[in-house]
Design a protein around this ligand. Structure first.
Ligand code: GLU
Length: 311
């Protein structure tokens, strides 16, 4: 049995860009350097929002990069029964309540959470009476929120070190099922990582602030907890984070320009000091050179300078 199980968990909301490739490469290299296995999970919870074409392009791009996986792809859109079960278990623990707040109510109440654009929820609907819930339900389908305790959850991140968050103070009760029935990422990711035996989560530091919520969910659902490593984000020299909007840096554009997978992977390894400038590398060669120290040294962010010229 493999000692370590990692995963790729891409959302098929566009073509993979350099930042996504970097996350996939680091997750893969860490697992391969430990002779572990890797799962591919397509996070298409909101299937109406995702174009199925992106899922097949994702598989194609990962194979082209040489980032082979050992099991999957598993599609979250086909796993809703598992999320329902988890939701029922939370309901039995009396931790859920319907929330009728509109986006406008939330905007008015608080500023967006700095890191992930969600809103600190002040608990407006937490104490509605049953009669009030019934009345409000006549006009609106509610979202479902999970009560959080006034408690600090901590974990040791492999790159960022000890990370702690008091859930009541930093995010408040959070949504586990949207009003349109779509399960929330926080719930699905925790259920899936446990069901799939994931022991190591390696992903972008944009999700660092989500992890205490996930640890809380693991705690209340009695699920196993994996180790966490959050990766520095790739940023342009002006500090702007690379995103799917940078079409000139997505794999569609790079492949059309004739870039090879070794050029792209070598370039990403170069960004964290694991390769010489312009040195092409296969995924296996990056795994051979992989080290957490290289990532820790770039904790602040990986500045992708003059990427097009270098690449
Ligand atoms: N689906 C998320 C993304 O593409 C990643 C979730 C995770 O790694 O936990 O950003």
């Amino acid at each position: 049995m493999a000692s370590c199980v990692g995963r790729f968990a891409p959302t098929p909301s566009g073509r993979m860009h350099l930042g996504n490739v970097f996350s996939a490469l680091m997750a893969w290299a860490s697992v391969r350097s430990q002779n572990g296995s890797i799962i591919l999970r397509i996070e298409d919870l909101d299937i109406r929002a995702h174009n199925p074409e992106y899922s097949s392009l994702l598989l194609n791009d990962l194979r082209w990069l040489g980032l082979e996986w050992d099991s999957g792809p598993f599609y979250q859109s086909k796993r809703t029964e598992h999320y329902k079960e988890a939701l029922n278990s939370l309901k039995q623990k009396d931790l859920l309540y319907p929330c009728f707040c509109s986006r406008a109510d939330l905007h008015a109440a608080q500023a967006p959470h700095v890191s992930d654009n969600t809103y600190m929820y002040t608990g407006t609907c937490r104490n509605l009476s049953y009669a009030e819930q019934v009345e409000l339900s006549k006009h609106k389908t509610p979202a479902i929120r999970l009560c959080v305790p006034n408690k600090t959850y901590s974990f040791e991140d492999r790159v960022y070190g000890l990370t702690s968050q008091n859930l009541a103070e930093s995010c408040g009760d959070f949504i586990v099922q949207r009003a349109d029935g779509v399960f929330a990422y926080q719930l699905a990711v925790v259920v899936d990582d446990a069901d799939m035996g994931v022991t190591e989560v390696v992903r972008g530091s944009d999700l660092l602030s989500s992890t205490p919520r996930q640890i809380y969910l693991q705690d209340v659902l009695g699920l196993s907890c994996s180790s966490y490593a959050h990766l520095p984000l790739l940023v342009a020299p002006d500090g702007r984070r690379l995103s799917k909007r940078d079409h000139d840096l997505d794999l569609g554009a790079l492949r059309a320009q004739g870039k090879t997978s070794e050029e792209i992977l070598g370039f990403l390894a170069y960004c964290i000091g694991l390769a010489e400038k312009g040195e092409p590398l296969s995924a296996g060669q990056v795994a051979d050179r992989f080290s957490w120290d290289a990532l820790c040294a770039h904790r602040k962010n990986v500045v992708v300078e003059h990427f097009l010229q270098v690449l």
